[in-house]
Design a protein around this ligand. Structure first.
Ligand code: AIR
Length: 179
């Protein structure tokens, strides 16, 4: 797709240029702008959305397939959730702010490779954290599984399986909510 063939998005306010963007969703539009005001707005919006019972966080948009296995179960069960893509390695500050301000009662965290996300979330909250390993690289998800399961004492993460992990994470979260 050439830039000229992309949809044109008009300026969001004074000083912000209009631009051509491959993804016209509001979330992508706002995050793609490097403006303190807009980022602040996004941060507030995230906190508002964080009023859901469950927070689902993925390390990357590329984890979407596994995330949807979890969110499908939550939707079937009628459980409210908020979904964010926040990497422990790429967005540590945003992740910390989001977790600390979240009203969610359980966190479902999805990551592949050197999957620090579940452990980092568990270090930021005392609420239950479920980690879902993703088969993202050459090691078939074993790397993520071990990173999620081998947590130091006092920082627990409930680790589900590589294959059916997305769905089971949601089922476990629902059981925790009902306990
Ligand atoms: N990841 C992202 N930040 C830290 C890690 N470990 C994981 C994502 C994804 C994989 O790395 O959760 O499973 C590849 O991410 P990407 O964005 O390169 O496709």
């Amino acid at each position: 797709m050439t830039p000229a063939s992309l949809p044109y998005i008009p300026s969001a306010g004074p000083g912000l240029p209009g631009r051509r963007c491959p993804d016209v969703s509001p979330a992508h539009f706002f995050t793609s702008l490097n403006s303190t005001k807009v980022n602040l707005f996004m941060q507030r919006l995230r906190y508002t959305l964080a009023m859901a019972d469950i927070a689902v966080i993925a390390g990357s948009a590329s984890d979407g397939e596994i995330v949807s296995k979890a969110t499908s179960v939550l939707e079937e069960e009628g459980i409210t959730y908020d979904f964010q893509v926040l990497s422990a390695h790429r967005n540590p500050e945003e992740l910390s702010a989001y977790v600390k301000n979240s009203e969610a009662r359980v966190f479902i965290t999805v990551a592949g490779l050197s999957a620090a996300l579940p452990g980092v979330v568990a270090s930021l909250t005392e609420k239950p954290v479920i980690g879902v390993p993703v088969a993202a690289g050459t090691l078939g998800g074993i790397d993520a599984l071990l990173a999620i399961a081998q947590m130091p004492r006092g920082v627990p993460v409930a680790c589900v399986g590589i294959g059916n992990g997305g769905a089971n994470a949601a089922h476990l979260a629902v059981r925790i909510l009902k306990a």
